[in-house]
Design a protein around this ligand. Structure first.
Ligand code: B12
Ligand code: SF4
Length: 469
């Protein structure tokens, strides 16, 4: 059967706006790699390829798939539904499915809201999707674990699918089906991504990962990971690789083995990852840096002691200061993810977080507004307390205010977010910091002359957007 997989866009891309990031839908590419063993598969990455629904509809008409699947995070659900509806308009016989975090967590709801959707795959898709396609060709849907589907007007939930135990056994994502030349960081660096582990043992209240996968962390071996890095370097003309794991550095020994393996093979590639923890000592950071890790995105989330207690993220301000300082000393570019206006935080607390951000002065802080995603503890509490004021899922991008607390109204939190970006970035200290970093990156050859037009264009665009905020 021909299968078409689609990455739908969403309303607001904070990462694209401030980091010039366009990232590949690697989950879809994993599913495609398994499907390709038996089927003809195509992927459309709508945001990266700048394709709208009309264009996608024309491609469906031309490709004539037997089945079509859409990735669905909460903030993408509107477009995901539009794709599903367009599919059935082209041909009502095309089978439709969704996967990804939102569909996994709210399968029945998603099916109930869109009669054009035939099935939802919950959690990992590598084994379930090929079984589902096979069943649509010939067999019995009731046998397939990990899916929810429509049958004779009823929604049926099958037993869950166990997690994939051996991630090393999976094929590499089918990147040849993705527009690899479109993926960028800072609008200029050609970026590849790798997922070297899945899951996370922590239980942060605002996070969907434990809600979907429980609290088990599964990791690939260092050799297998570096094989993929090497494969990416050999086959794509990349400037850097980002690890898009839920918790890449949980097992520091494994990370250091990855570093050793990179150095032993003499692999010269700049890479980075998002750190879920601030518990990283200088020696570890130095090892990472020596192996080419120059971009660290820190999930600080909150610096307010009130929120740390309610959101189950145990990071002290002291830890944050130390890690930030050390990574700066080691010449690493620092992105800091900070949530403003969590329940319990007053205007003064948020202003304190903004001041702390200025004091720490990472190159790229991103200020997010709290979004209670379905299935999380945060959602449960926010709903119980009547905090949720925005019901349109497409607004759950963390750029829009969703909850109102006793301390902060929607308008106040929106204004504080605007203030955070303006005050931070339009400061001589921030600009100086970025120039210093750019100089460092030019000196060590990460920024090459060919990157400069793209970087300059991205900076100008960000500046214009900040002025307009
Ligand atoms: C890397 C990542 C990012 C990257 C890149 C995103 C990208 N385009 O790849 C960046 C940093 C940009 C990012 C940004 C954000 N992210 Co993010 N991100 C992730 C992360 C950690 C990993 C995604 C990944 O590649 N996983 C590995 C692959 C293998 O897994 P997968 O994508 O889930 O795919 C599997 C299954 O879902 C399934 N599947 C996937 N697609 C399909 C399709 C079909 C048809 C089927 C049947 C099955 C199927 O099969 C795949 C293979 O097993 C996830 C966490 C997670 N585990 O999902 C959060 C996650 C998706 N992000 C999340 C959020 C909230 C955001 C932000 C809003 C955060 C913010 N503070 O601003 C922004 C939104 C930006 C945007 N507009 O996209 C939430 C989404 C919650 C929700 N309910 O939708 C997640 C789940 C994390 C969390 N803490 O809750 N993110
Ligand atoms: S550390 Fe990160 S991935 Fe783990 S539960 Fe917390 S937010 Fe989610």
């Amino acid at each position: 059967m021909k299968v078409l997989l689609i990455h739908p866009p969403c309303e607001e891309e904070i990462y694209q706006r401030f980091l010039g990031l366009i990232a590949p839908p690697i989950g879809l590419a994993y599913v495609a790699a398994m499907l390709e063993r038996e089927h003809e598969v195509k992927i459309i990455d709508m945001p990266a390829e700048r394709k709208d629904i009309a264009k996608v509809k024309r491609e469906i008409e031309m490709f004539k798939p037997g089945a079509l699947g859409v990735y669905c995070a909460t903030y993408r659900v509107d477009y995901a539904n539009q794709v599903i509806n367009a599919t059935k308009e082209v041909d009502a016989n095309i089978r439709t499915m969704m996967g990804g975090p939102h569909a996994s967590l709210l399968a029945e709801d998603v099916l109930a809201r869109n009669p054009n959707l035939d099935a939802v795959v919950c959690g990992e898709g590598e084994i379930t999707v090929p079984e589902l396609i096979h069943a649509w060709e010939s067999g019995e849907l009731a046998e397939i674990r990990g899916m929810v589907f429509r049958e004779n007007g009823h929604v049926v939930r099958n037993p869950p699918r166990p997690l994939i135990a051996d991630l090393d056994s999976l094929p590499y994502p089918a990147r040849h089906l993705l527009p690899m030349d479109k993926y960028r960081l800072f609008g200029a660096f050609k970026m590849g991504t790798i997922v070297s582990s899945r899951g996370c043992p922590h239980g942060c209240h605002y996070c969907s990962v434990p809600a979907i996968y429980g609290r088990k962390w599964r990791a690939r071996g260092a050799e297998n990971v570096v094989d993929e890095m090497e494969y990416l370097c050999d086959n794509y003309d990349l400037d850097l690789i980002m690890f898009f794991d839920d918790n890449f550095d949980l097992d520091k020994k494994r990370t250091e083995s990855i570093c050793d393996e990179i150095m032993e093979r003499g692999l010269e590639i700049t890479w980075g990852y998002e750190s879920a923890s601030m518990d990283i000592d200088r020696e570890h950071l130095k090892k990472l840096r020596d192996a080419g890790c120059r971009i660290l995105s820190y999930g600080i989330e909150t610096t307010s002691s009130k929120s740390i207690a309610t959101m189950k993220k145990s990071i002290s301000t002291q830890e944050i200061r130390e890690v930030m300082e050390t990574s700066k000393d080691l010449g690493m570019l620092r992105i800091a993810n900070i949530i403003l206006g969590l329940p319990g935080e007053s205007k003064e607390d948020v202003e304190e977080s903004i001041e702390l951000a200025k004091e720490l002065n990472p190159e790229y802080p991103l200020f997010f507004l709290p979004a209670p995603y379905p299935g999380t503890k945060f959602y449960e509490t926010a709903q119980k307390m009547g905090m949720i004021k925005e019901l349109d899922w497409s607004k759950y991008t963390t750029a829009n205010p969703i909850i109102e607390t006793q301390q902060l109204s929607l308008d106040e939190v929106r204004e504080l977010n605007r203030k955070a970006y303006k005050e931070f970035y339009l400061r001589p200290g921030a600009m100086k910091n970025n120039l210093r970093m750019a100089y460092d990156f030019i000196k060590c050859g990460i920024i090459k002359p060919r990157h400069i037009p793209g970087l300059a264009y991205h900076q100008l665009k960000t500046f214009a957007c900040l002025v307009r905020l």
